[in-house]
Write a protein that binds this ligand. Structure first.
Ligand code: 5AD
Ligand code: FES
Length: 346
């Protein structure tokens, strides 16, 4: 096997076998990664030009009933500072965001029982009433088929639910016994069927992860055909049992971004905050490897630092307006521009 021919094949056919993906992930050299990067960047530019879409992220609750072993907001972390925004606070974040040019709002939060279907549907309807030109994305965990139907009927356009790892045995190492990787994958297919533009995704370099696991993640995406995919490096959180594991590598994360871009030319692929956290130019590097979305934070400043899923998260002290300015400069320096369109999947 030969990485340059695998890269060429990815570029032209958008597919690779499990064996090819494993080989690529295990053996790619610096020069080959540069080939891969250029192919991914060209593919993204052929679809999106030099446009980077923005999504305004509103972190609505740090309260979570789940206990994912890697996450700082896990239920059993007594040191996590818990907060929940009121519907009014969420709407005022959107108001601020709209004025700054955001046309997608992402409501993300832990699995917090306060946010019943009734409450979330109410907020979604009000956002869509006030801003009919905006998309609403939800990222509120596993809620089940009926809940997804109600949220979609209320007007939500998109839903993010990372599959975390496609390998069920690996999934079981990262989660408590009460959670099932098979159920998570099932809910992703339900989200798509319900009509949502659906986002899957996974952490890179999570504890016990192998190249085989990552190849399976890529093949899972091929099967699901999501409209969006969020990936970022695993970053240890001091209050979790994974505190002493090392963080995911920058190079591996960039390699995976580029492979995902080649396998899914039109996918909406964010350069994530986690990527920006492990390297000062992480998000720019992500864009240069085929990412085409950034998600600045619109959450109220007083709660920013409390949405701590991993340590040292960036931008916890910056107003949304400041992040937009900062990101505009950053993307311009590498030849891109931030646009305010909704940025739907086509
Ligand atoms: N490091 C990196 N990403 C994490 N996530 C949760 N905990 C961590 C961590 N320690 C990711 C998961 C989750 C998303 C909201 O954040 O993939 O789906
Ligand atoms: Fe938040 Fe740069 S993006 S300060």
């Amino acid at each position: 096997m030969n990485n340059l021919s695998i890269i060429e094949q990815l570029k032209t056919t958008h597919t690779a076998t499990r064996e090819q993906l494993i080989f690529l992930l295990k053996n790619i050299t610096g020069a080959e990664r540069e080939e891969l990067r250029q192919a991914a960047q060209q593919t993204a530019q052929a679809v999106f030009g030099n446009k980077i879409y923005i999504r305004g992220l509103v972190e609505i609750s740090s309260i979570c009933k789940r206990d994912c072993r890697y996450c700082g907001l896990r239920r059993s972390n007594p040191n996590a500072v818990r907060y929940r925004l009121t519907p009014e606070q969420i709407l005022s974040c959107c108001e601020k965001g709209y004025a700054l040019g955001f046309r997608t709002f992402v409501l993300q939060g832990g699995e917090d029982g306060f946010f019943s279907d009734e409450v979330v549907c109410g907020v979604v309807r009000e956002i869509k009433r006030r801003y009919p030109d905006c998309a609403v994305t939800l990222s509120l965990g596993e809620r089940g088929d009926e809940s997804f139907r109600r949220l979609y009927a209320a007007g939500a356009d998109r839903y993010l639910l990372r599959h975390e790892t496609a390998d069920l045995a690996h999934y079981a190492k990262l989660h408590p016994d009460s959670m099932s990787g098979a159920e998570r994958q099932r809910q992703l297919f339900v989200l798509k069927q319900t009509g949502f533009q659906t986002g899957a995704g996974f952490m890179v370099g999570s504890p016990y992860q192998t190249a085989e696991n990552l190849a399976d993640d890529l093949l899972f995406l091929k099967k699901l055909q999501p409209q969006m995919c969020g990936i970022g490096p695993f970053i240890p959180h001091k209050d979790t049992e994974f505190r002493d594991f090392s963080q995911g590598s920058l190079e591996l994360t960039l390699t995976l971004l580029a492979v995902i871009r080649l396998m899914h030319p039109r996918i909406l692929l964010p350069a994530t905050t986690a990527l920006g956290t492990i390297h000062p130019q992480g998000r720019e590097l992500g864009i240069l490897h085929g990412a085409n979305v950034v998600m600045p934070n619109l959450s109220p400043l007083e709660h920013r630092k409390d949405y701590a899923i991993y340590d040292n998260k960036i931008c916890t002290g910056d107003e949304a307006a400041e992040c937009i300015r900062c990101l505009s400069v950053r993307v311009q320096r590498i030849g891109y521009k931030i646009v305010t369109e909704r940025g739907d999947y086509h």
